[in-house]
Design a protein around this ligand. Structure first.
Ligand code: OFO
Length: 165
C-alpha cells in the first residue's frame, strides 16, 4: 500500500512523463516540416511514444498498489525551435530534470522504507542514465557539426539507429 506522500509524488511523476511525451511530440511535429529531417522526426515521435509508456507504467503501478493514478491536465509545450541544436539542448535539460525527479522519488521510497516502490523505480533510474547519455551524445554531435550541412545529413541518417531502447 502506498503512503499518501508516495501517491502524490508518483502522480507528479505521471504528469512529468506526460509533459515529456507532449514536448517530444511537439518537437516531432516541428521537425517534420523542416527540410531533410526525416530521421530526427522519427526519433522525436518515437521518443514521445516511449515517454507515454513511462507514464503508463507509473499509472498501472499506482493503481495496483491501492492508489489512484490521476490523468493530468497538460500545458501546451514549446512548438517551434530556432534550430535543431536548440531543440536537443532543451531535450537534454529536460531529461536532467526528469532524472532529478526520479532521484527524489527514490529518496522518498527509502525514507518510508517502501522497498517495493524503490524496486519499481530502479527501472526508471536505469532508463534515465540511458536517456541522458543519448541526449548528451546528440548534443555533442550537433556541436561538432555546427553549420555543416553534410554533417547534419549524416546526423539525420544515423539518429534512426541511435535510440535509448
Ligand atoms: Fe521518461 O524518460 Fe525521458 O523524460
Amino acid at each position: 500500500m502506498l503512503s499518501q506522500t508516495m501517491k502524490e509524488a508518483l502522480n507528479k511523476q505521471v504528469l512529468m512523463e506526460a509533459q515529456s511525451s507532449q514536448a517530444y511530440l511537439a518537437m516531432g511535429s516541428w521537425a517534420e516540416i523542416q527540410p531533410g529531417l526525416k530521421g530526427v522526426t522519427q526519433f522525436f515521435f518515437r521518443h514521445s511514444d516511449e515517454e507515454r509508456m513511462h507514464m503508463l507504467k507509473l499509472i498501472h503501478y499506482i493503481n495496483e498498489r491501492g492508489g489512484f493514478a490521476v490523468v493530468p491536465k497538460l500545458e501546451q509545450p514549446t512548438l517551434t525551435f530556432v534550430s535543431l541544436k536548440k531543440a536537443f539542448e532543451i531535450l537534454f535539460e529536460h531529461e536532467v530534470k526528469v532524472s532529478e525527479s526520479i532521484n527524489n522519488l527514490v529518496d522518498i521510497a527509502l525514507s518510508e522504507k517502501d522497498y517495493a516502490t524503490h524496486n519499481f523505480l530502479q527501472w526508471y533510474v536505469n532508463e534515465q542514465i540511458e536517456e541522458e547519455r543519448l541526449a548528451r551524445e546528440c548534443n555533442d554531435k550537433l556541436e561538432l557539426i555546427g553549420e555543416d550541412k553534410s554533417g547534419l545529413y549524416l546526423f539525420d541518417r544515423d539518429i534512426m539507429t541511435m535510440d535509448s531502447e
